[in-house]
Ligand binder design. Sequence first.
Ligand code: GAL
Length: 444
Amino acid sequence: MLLTKEAFGDDFTWGVATAAYQIEGASRDDGKGLSIWDVFVQKKNKIFQNHHGDTACDFYHRYVDDLHLMASLHIPNYRFSISWSRILPGGVGEVNPRGIDFYNRLIDLCLELGITPWVTLYHWDLPHALETKGGWTNRDIKEWFGQYVSICVRHFGDRVKNWIVLNEPTVFTAAGYFFGVHAPGRKGLDNFLAAVHHTALSQAHGARVIKSLQKDSHVGTTFSCSHVEPYTMREKDVVAARKADTLLNRLFVEPLLGMGYPTAEIKVLNRVERYMKQHDEKDLIFDMDFVGVQNYTREVVRHATFVPFLQAKIVSARKRNVELTSMNWEVYPESLYHILKKFQAYDNIPPLIITENGAAFTDQVEYNQVEDPRRLNYIQQAIEQVFRAKQEGVAVKGYFVWTFLDNFEWAEGYHPRFGLVYVDFKSQQRIVKSSGHWYADFLK
Ligand code: GAL
């Protein structure tokens, strides 16, 4: 199938996505406060080869060239995140005018170049000052977050209409507060469930704050999702897959839609009630203008007696002998189709936008060019899967490639490259990969 952009209609949103900590660098410049990632990367052996995002793509100093490059590739929408600790170095209280100034310049230049900004308010870089007060495990975070959101809307809302409240709450609460493999590196069920509930409250509260200040805003939030399949059709594996699906795909969207936490499948989730107060269930609900789904692969799950709480485990793609990306994820673009169908099946689901999708592969520079047929094929096939879902009636309204520039990939450091644009992290030279040229042609 040779798809054209036109097949998706004029009102379909195409773009690329990035996140502040992964590209900006300038981690201590111009009055910025420390974030939990600035602190976490300093701990030994948490990150692949002890990489850190202190400089990253140096986007903070190079955004002018980078946005011009984006415009030259005909990319009409840019999703980026605001670093909370650049705006509020202490998390609350005094606003840093130089932080505001940076995002003002960034937004203005986007608009000047004909690129529509889509602003993520939280992409994992909590101000460290707030983590010392418990971070997402402290219920006060709902108010701290609300204040930060209102500052962003007041400063940028005259030009920004598209807001994304949170990036992948399941990932940052699980990796950051249960497994301890992402910042802030905390572990255990209690930290996790407290973080989950306060995050879910903040998700709806943040959206309400935006709407109250900006009536014509277009507000959404994003969820990490993976199509889940049982390893065999044995009852035990099917049950295990259902539990994993609950955790990976349902934990945050269902309370938002008014269905409460999905406790029926995973009994231990009932313990979230310890953190709940009267009216919370109602406060978790918000009628978003869109829901962002982010998908990279599928997961195959089997029963595992010794895994606490879940009795389920992921059968790694490596063990399944399938084609892998540099993240050791299975190359499986159809997952996106299944996820779109799954989300569409909720009764009162708003329109869906794929706010992230992409693939990391090793890249080689030859004669100043990067040929990346595997990434190109993946993106092309993923877009075909979006079309397939759309043809079947799924209300999907947009697609953002993760990501524009190769960047700091969290615990994996700089090793996996997801970009449409290659970055030489020593010289900061950019080279548009063949996938980037393909996307530009597609968008032209
Ligand atoms: C998402 C995350 C992004 C990016 C991507 C690729 O979970 O939102 O920041 O890292 O995965 O791993």
